[in-house]
Design a binder for this molecule. Structure first.
Ligand code: HEC
Length: 108
């Protein structure tokens, strides 16, 4: 009984994570793939010319708070290069969280 209760309580969280990943993919392909690569390896057609290079999500260590800040406000606001603009005007906070959930799936 206890186990069933735990399963029922956690189920929405699993569903939520799966949905975020699903919602994040088209956002990623539209806005991020040109730099970070359609496979997340940082080798997108635009990204290739940048220095420093776009983050390679197959290696990068995920940091939810820092990644959110970078994506919303841009790399410069986070004390990095000015290689990436903030998406705060283009994407909602939920969309940013969704796309970052998708970014984490590239990690091998
Ligand atoms: C114009 C190219 C470009 C686009 C488009 C772009 N990025 Fe970036 N991104 C970069 C560069 C360059 C860096 C690394 C900057 C540095 O290290 O100074 C970076 C860094 C990041 C980081 C920081 C990772 C870390 O470990 O600190 C995250 C997260 C990120 N990008 C997410 C995204 C997401 C999500 C999108 C799409 C909504 C996106 N980027 C679109 C160029 C881009």
């Amino acid at each position: 009984m206890r186990r069933l209760l735990i399963a029922v309580v956690w189920w929405p969280f699993f569903l939520g994570a799966a949905r975020a990943e699903e919602n994040g993919k088209p956002i990623y392909q539209e806005h991020c793939a040109k730099c970070h690569g359609s496979r997340g390896d940082g080798k997108g057609p635009v990204g290739r010319a940048l220095d420093p290079k776009p983050t390679d999500f197959t290696y990068a260590k995920a940091d939810d708070a820092a990644w959110f800040k970078v994506t919303k406000f841009g790399t410069k606001a986070a004390g990095k290069s000015d290689g990436m603009e903030g998406y705060g005007k283009l994407l909602t906070d939920d969309q940013i969280r969704a796309v970052l959930t998708y970014c984490k799936t590239f990690k091998r």
